[in-house]
Design a protein around this ligand. Structure first.
Ligand code: HEM
Ligand SMILES: *[C@@H]1O[C@H](CO)[C@@H](O)[C@H](O)[C@H]1NC(C)=O
Ligand SMILES: *[C@@H]1O[C@H](CO)[C@@H](O)[C@H](O)[C@H]1NC(C)=O
Ligand SMILES: *[C@@H]1O[C@H](CO)[C@@H](O)[C@H](O)[C@H]1NC(C)=O
Ligand SMILES: *[C@@H]1O[C@H](CO)[C@@H](O)[C@H](O)[C@H]1NC(C)=O
Ligand SMILES: *[C@@H]1O[C@H](CO)[C@@H](O)[C@H](O)[C@H]1NC(C)=O
Ligand SMILES: *[C@@H]1O[C@H](CO)[C@@H](O)[C@H](O)[C@H]1NC(C)=O
Ligand SMILES: *[C@@H]1O[C@H](CO)[C@@H](O)[C@H](O)[C@H]1NC(C)=O
Ligand SMILES: *[C@@H]1O[C@H](CO)[C@@H](O)[C@H](O)[C@H]1NC(C)=O
Length: 550
């Protein structure tokens, strides 16, 4: 094997790539991926997850199921075993290990996992993704009326936690105590349950003692029918209808008015304060929405004190979205960049000027005055998710001897005023020290003992390679392929010099990584050069940019 497993990925990386400070600057390993998923919902590069919560009654699941409702319930059940006094549990994705418990019936947890797991990376914990699922569910189902502020930084559990999700047959004292354990008093319990039970419903296939099966007529769709009785008559709207119908004695909600008195947990909870809170929520949609926004934000931010969440994510006004630096045979570098810009910053003519800075810090000679290329946009799946963006392609050739270290962007708005975007002062860093050369790299498969494994061969250009003693290709992989999720480990393949690029100080290095398991994920890869005088790296490179060969 060309590669060897090393220590856990977090240990391997923290000393080499320090996270940036709380300023909203690029790059930021803690937030860049999540910022993209949160704000660039419909974008030209990747499919949107938020789109599945729009409309809230989304199809693609059994009749009666919706993604938004599932994602909200998934987040609650993940959080619901928290003990805030003890400082344990909370949103930590431990639900993935707890799906078989009697307190977690239904397909919703597996369906949520299946959706979010492909986005699970070293830069997006599953716990952060589950919290984002709740943001999408609430945003999509409220049609943008409620936008939960989103922070990153949740840490995934490595196994199941204690049990303790509330169940409908339990009495009020038990529920009250469980919500206190989760950090919510009686008033807040009433509200949080009403906020959760404004979308979706009780699925007869999961709770036959609450919703008897079958409910005539037996309508079936391609994914079946799970016999749902919704909590209110506007199941697809995140609104106060559930509260209104409760106080009006409309017997829609099976957890409030169902035939089985034992499982009328909503009835007991909504009356826990004599009906005061639920009446206030019924009276005012604004009060309902503000209350739910506050409590659901607290729900998704329930984490142990040892876990430090980031500031609320804000969209960067200007963000490098994709970039590459190719070293050419004619002793030039081709710098290719796709910039994402908040569209309201730009005037009608889209006047933006990229000002590159050389390796030694000198302003490079005038470049193309106007960014060119295919302009495409990103928009929200539901209102108010954030600004719209435009993407601008930019390409320049720079003498390899001068190189590039950073750039700034001048943008002229609709009034003719020009503003320089310099990423908090230092410019947008763009190092040409180590760069994978995608056109020289390949991905393929290799059959070993009858098992088809992925193989990634990367060639990278390394500037002044003499200064490094170790140049490696790093592909993070699950530490345990048998587990639902497991901590990432850095699988390391050594890279060897494969030739100098004449007339430049670049040397090509090549390394080959072979997956250890047929289910190996195509996790973004790094090229890392280290030595006594320092280190350089190119991190989180996408397999999508590497040509596939048979
Ligand atoms: C005492 C507390 C609670 C009890 C006993 C309870 C019980 C239930 C039950 C029995 C279902 C039906 C699930 C199924 O058929 O698969 C359900 C659905 C749901 N619950 Fe709760 N719940 C509670 C609190 C909450 C809270 C606090 C939230 C979120 C803030 C929440 C969100 C949801 C959602 C969104 C659904 C619909 C899921 C779907 O349609 O797939 N629940 N709940
Ligand atoms: C619950 O806490 C809120 C403030 O966080 C407070 O306004 C409310 O009165 C409390 N309810 C109970 C029953 O203590
Ligand atoms: C009502 O629910 C309880 C608790 O799940 C269950 O034990 C009981 O059998 C149910 N009763 C009926 C009539 O379905
Ligand atoms: C709802 O039912 C309760 C209990 O039967 C009753 O006290 C209350 O007046 C009813 N409310 C309405 C609006 O009908
Ligand atoms: C614009 O996009 C089309 C289709 O994706 C592509 O063929 C063309 O080369 C692009 N033009 C520029 C300037 O990037
Ligand atoms: C290569 O590096 C040396 C030492 O840093 C420098 O003097 C020289 O100009 C560089 N040559 C090229 C072609 O970049
Ligand atoms: C990838 O590298 C391995 C190891 O050097 C080599 O055996 C294999 O042929 C390479 N695959 C491709 C497609 O270049
Ligand atoms: C090279 O660096 C990688 C990544 O830090 C490390 O895992 C590997 O052990 C190093 N190799 C040698 C020979 O030092
Ligand atoms: C890997 O995960 C499986 C399934 O959860 C578990 O049984 C096994 O003990 C784990 N192996 C290690 C080495 O942790």
């Amino acid at each position: 094997m060309a590669w060897t497993k090393t220590i856990a990925y977090t240990l391997a990386t923290c000393s080499l790539w320090l996270p940036t400070n709380a300023d909203n600057v690029w790059p930021n390993e803690a937030t860049d991926e999540l910022e993209k998923m949160l704000f660039e919902q419909q974008n030209p590069f990747e499919s949107s997850l938020a789109t599945f919560a729009v409309p809230c009654s989304a199809s693609g699941l059994a009749i009666g199921r919706g993604f938004g409702a599932e994602w909200i319930r998934n987040a609650y059940h993940d959080m619901a075993t928290a003990d805030v006094q003890a400082g344990t549990g909370g949103i930590d994705a431990s639900i993935v290990f707890e799906k078989d418990r009697p307190e977690n019936p239904g397909a919703g947890f597996q369906e949520t996992l299946d959706f979010f797991r492909p986005r699970y990376t070293t830069r997006s914990s599953l716990a952060d993704l589950f919290a984002m699922g709740a943001v999408f569910g609430v945003g999509g189902c409220s049609n943008g009326n409620i936008i939960l502020p989103y922070r990153a930084g949740r840490v995934d559990a490595t196994g199941p936690g204690p049990s303790g999700v509330p169940e409908p047959q339990e009495d009020l004292a038990t529920h009250t105590a469980k919500f206190v354990r989760q950090g919510f008093n009686t008033t807040e319990m009433i509200a949080l349950v009403a906020c959760g039970h404004t979308v979706g419903g009780v699925h007869g296939v999961d709770f036959p003692e609450i919703v008897p099966n079958p409910q005539p007529p037996p309508v079936t769709g391609p994914f079946g029918n799970d016999n749902t009785v919704f909590f209110d008559t506007t199941t697809s709207n995140f609104d106060n209808q559930v509260a209104k119908e409760f106080v009006a004695n409309i017997s829609q909600n099976p957890l409030a008015f169902g035939h089985n008195e034992t499982t009328r947990s909503d009835f007991r909870i909504f009356n826990a304060d004599g009906g005061d809170m639920i009446s206030r929520m019924a009276e005012s949609l604004d009060f309902f929405s503000q209350t739910c926004a506050t409590l659901l934000e607290r729900m998704i931010n329930t984490v142990p004190p040892s876990v430090k969440l980031t500031d609320v994510l804000q969209p960067l006004p200007v963000k490098p979205r994709k970039w590459s630096i190719d070293v050419n045979a004619d002793k030039t570098l081709t710098v290719s960049l796709t910039l994402r810009i908040v569209d309201t910053l730009l005037g009608g003519g889209i006047q933006a000027l990229v000002k590159p800075v050389s390796r030694t810090g000198a302003a490079l000679p005038a470049t193309s005055p106007v960014v060119i290329g295919n302009i495409s946009t990103s928009t929200c799946d539901y209102p108010n998710c954030g600004p719209s963006f435009v993407y601008l392609d930019y390409n320049i050739n720079i003498p390899a001897e001068q190189g590039i270290s950073s750039f700034t962007v001048d943008i002229t708005d609709g009034t003719g005023k020009t503003t320089t975007y310099n990423n908090g002062g230092a410019g947008f860093p763009l190092s040409d020290a180590v760069q994978p050369q995608m056109s020289l790299s390949t991905q393929t498969t290799k059959t070993v003992n009858g098992v088809t494994l992925q193989q990634l061969n990367v060639t990278a250009a390394v500037y002044n390679a003499d200064q490094y003693t170790n140049i490696s290709l790093i592909v993070p992989q699950p530490s345990n392929f048998s587990a639902t999720i497991s901590p990432w480990v850095a699988e390391v393949a050594p890279m060897k010099a494969s030739g100098k690029i004449a007339g430049t100080n670049y040397t090509l290095y090549t390394g080959s990584w072979l997956a250890s398991d047929e289910s190996a994920p195509q996790h973004p890869f790094d090229v890392l050069a280290t030595g006594p005088k320092g280190s350089a790296s190119s991190t989180f490179n996408s397999w999508g940019d590497v040509p596939f060969v048979l």
